[in-house]
Ligand binder design. Sequence first.
Ligand SMILES: Cc1cc2nc3c(=O)[nH]c(=O)nc-3n(C[C@H](O)[C@H](O)[C@H](O)COP(=O)(O)O)c2cc1C
Length: 158
Amino acid sequence: MKKTLCLYYSRTGTTKEAMTRLADVLGCSLRSYTDGRKRTGALGYLGCCFASMKKFIDVNIDGEPDLEKYDRVIIGMPVWVEGPCIMGKSLLMKYGKQFNKEVYYVVTQMGTSDYTKKIYALDEYIGRPSNGHISLRTKDNDYLKEIEAFAETLKEEE
Ligand SMILES: Cc1cc2nc3c(=O)[nH]c(=O)nc-3n(C[C@H](O)[C@H](O)[C@H](O)COP(=O)(O)O)c2cc1C
């Protein structure tokens, strides 16, 4: 069985919910990553918009796990301002080279736009092609069912 770590950033709980379900189905570790700033409410939303203009924000993984011991890392992040959020991008900039085996992305978004190209552009930070991704549309959609199906495909690879 592959030793798997699920990581997520979540402002309002949706990505956390999806990643929690994924980790439950896979029976693997789950940790959050964050810049430590509270980003709730309207002011928090505005802060996210400003943060999205930055090139990098220092994020840390809860509990600072030893990343090199995992065979597979699955990174959850929401879309902010038409692309994967700066927190996810910064996580990959900081730790990407330590994700030295399989890497998957789980991206949550409100709308129906296709961000696939921008998501795979994150591969630049791991220095090689990632192993796959799923985009979950959260509005009027059973995204938990979708993440469960995704988890089953990952289980088949074990
Ligand atoms: C600052 C900001 C910008 C966003 N921009 C987009 C966007 O461009 N497209 C989209 O589909 N959703 C956008 N969203 C919605 C989130 O991607 C979506 O609600 C996501 O599931 C939230 O995840 P969370 O609850 O884990 O924070 C945006 C959210 C925030 C806070």
